[in-house]
Design a protein around this ligand. Structure first.
Ligand SMILES: Nc1ncnc2c1ncn2[C@@H]1O[C@H](COP(=O)(O)OP(=O)(O)OP(=O)(O)O)[C@@H](O)[C@H]1O
Ligand SMILES: [Mg+2]
Length: 263
């Protein structure tokens, strides 16, 4: 690790994988200011699976971009694995993004001319891993996501769910400290979406990787340890899985006018 990266590593509790303090992202549009993030505070523990929920336009993708070091916040701080990413230069940030963070996008973002194996091993090329090890690890990851018989297929030769599985395998390529997902089930049907959610939960448990996942999808509650609700660029509430299940149950009761016992 370089000196600059070491300096940026604060003495923070090692049990936290992500710390967001007072994060703001303002966009100036003519005379208007759009407050995409308006003072977000959030701590995510190592190995936790946290879902970010909120209506369209509430700031979920902006938070994904800010935590992932893809967008510079207007104010506030983001620590990934004890490193204050705002203090990193471009090379250090590129190193951190490659080694510490895995990204999963709604539209998969695979490289069309590359096979499944080449897509999964690409981040390992950037990390300087040699070919033999890359291919072995790529095969292992594709096996983990159930695609060991599709390694030579290109994205157009795969179904949507299979493409998202390749993207998940790719996100885990460099043993990241955290995997960020932005609506990973948004382009999938109900059944395939469920499979992807459970696959991410399995990877989270098996590898102990921290996951922060943006979603509109209440099904994801099942896999999450905590749910962070955001609205107008602010955290409106944070609930554990059990609390959300109770409030969803109450919503159902109110809708039917019956108590749980009567149903
Ligand atoms: N580059 C930009 N310039 C100006 N405004 C932006 C920009 N990016 C996002 N916004 C605004 O910031 C707000 C938050 O956007 P964001 O994409 O984070 O929402 P979201 O919660 O991900 O929504 P969705 O569920 O629809 O994906 C929106 O009002 C959006 O219009
Ligand atoms: Mg979004």
């Amino acid at each position: 690790m370089s000196e600059q990266l070491l300096k940026a590593s604060a003495q923070l509790s090692s049990s936290l994988a992500v710390i967001v303090r007072g994060a703001k992202k303002y966009y100036h549009m003519g005379s208007e200011t759009v407050k995409a993030l308006d003072g977000i505070d959030l701590e995510i523990r190592r190995g936790e699976y946290v879902s970010i929920m909120g209506p369209s336009g509430s700031g979920k993708t902006t938070l994904f971009n800010v935590v992932g070091g893809l967008t510079k916040p207007t104010g506030g701080e983001v620590f990934i694995d004890k490193t204050d990413i705002g203090r990193l230069g471009p090379n250090e940030l590129a190193w951190l993004r490659c080694r510490k963070i895995g990204y999963i996008f709604q539209t998969f973002n695979l490289i069309p001319i590359m096979t499944a194996l080449q897509n999964v091993t690409l981040p390992m090329i950037f990390a300087g891993i040699d070919r033999g090890l890359r291919d072995a690890k790529g095969m292992e990851l594709l096996k983990m996501v159930g695609l060991e018989d599709r390694v030579q297929h290109k994205p157009t030769e795969l179904s949507g769910g299979q493409q998202q599985r390749v993207a998940i395998a790719r996100a885990f390529a460099n043993d990241p400290a955290i995997v960020l997902a932005d609506e990973p089930t948004g382009n999938l049907d109900l059944k395939t979406g469920m499979e992807i959610i459970h696959l991410m939960a399995e990877m989270n448990r098996a590898r102990g990787v921290t996951i922060m996942c943006n979603t509109h999808d209440l099904k994801i509650i099942d896999a999450s340890d905590r749910i962070v609700w955001i609205r107008d660029g602010k955290v409106s509430k944070i609930e554990t899985k059990d609390q959300v299940e109770i409030s969803v149950g109450q919503m159902r009761e109110r809708a039917t006018g019956k108590t749980a016992e009567e149903q």
